[in-house]
Ligand binder design. Sequence first.
Ligand SMILES: [Zn+2]
Length: 438
Amino acid sequence: MKKKLFSILTVFVITANVCFSQTGNWYKGDLHSHSTYSDGDSPVSSIIANAESKGFNFYVITDHDNTYTPYVGNPITWSDTAYHSNNMILLYGMEWTTDIGHAGIWNSAPFPYDSIFAANTAKQPAKAASIVKSQGGLFSINHPLNGALLWDVGYDFEFPSIEILNGPISYLLSNNNSVITTVWEPLLMSGKRITGVGGSDMHKLSYWLPSVYPNLGSPSTWVYSAEPNGEGIIDGIRNGHVCISNSPTDPRCEFFADIHGNNTFNYMMGDAIADTNSAVTFRVNLVGSGSNLSVKVIKNGIPLFSQPLAISSSNPTIEFTDTPYQRAFYRIELLSGSSSISWTNPIYCGYQTETIAAVASNDIANQISIYPNPTQNLVNVQNNTHETISINLINVCGQTLKSVTSSDELITIGMETLSKGIYFIKINNYKTFKIIKQ
Ligand SMILES: [Zn+2]
């Protein structure tokens, strides 16, 4: 007898609140844009103001790394005093720019760039990605199908993320899903867990093909973060706790799973469920509102239902059950009419289930504090972890000025000889504290 792939498929609309038990929040931002430090048309100050006006919770400028003349050894966008916001979490980023492809690089603090740039000139993406990983950052392939900027060195190396929606490409080609279906989904089918992100690729702040390409935040990337800081955003992206909306104001979906049938939705987009032979209850939550909305459920690249499922602001939740039976990923697209306007990352079944680890866990990071801040001559690192930690004092160019490895409870780092300004203390290449020397 032919094996039935979908034994019981049930869909029902409910109005109960989501029971997802973790604490954390969703943060909206844009992961790909350019200033006058490369080929953008606007200075950092204008771009930051524009990003704030879009209601972003996090943001990063990713200037091309090949436009310094001469190359000065470290990225300069970060060291602009205008690269500052009281309203947004700022990440530190670059676009790795070669004729074999481009990639976004993000970190929670400035990072040394010389070795990454050496891997650029040597055309070694695997090496660049590995250096970025060792620094606690993320390497994300950009616009992989974009004509002259095509990613043409393959995907057979370790990278955590890929830009599945790119502003100009999406808008010029009517939001087509070609990267999703021809690059991303085949990578997922091969057993990899790779986070799909969006990026506006903004170069012109006020216009770019007016009425076609509305700039920063188109698309916007939403990240679920356990804590309100850059490390949390980086961790959220690394773990696929990400969805994308067409614009900063479009509705989006959150996607959860319950593996025990007890209405406890402990898994969310990006997470992996070990078992493939038990029924999983999935829940889709609509956030925001729009007209003529429906939800497309995609399993292993194929729609699970013949018709998208209606969802509305008055009935903002849909549940369905399915049994994977074999390795499978499930993802959600939110449609307005026939156009996709929001995309979730998948929930994975039968994939490698470990949380994709950060360099240090939040638990350790939360047991470390620094004082005084602002400071004049020294900074104390209070280490309550009872473990050996590595401490790097970093300047705004990403250069490491001092390194200390110690298990002491109180570790003092002298700053007498440093000039006034902003510095960073990075613990275990993960947790970052910003310090002001007065
Ligand atoms: Zn690019």
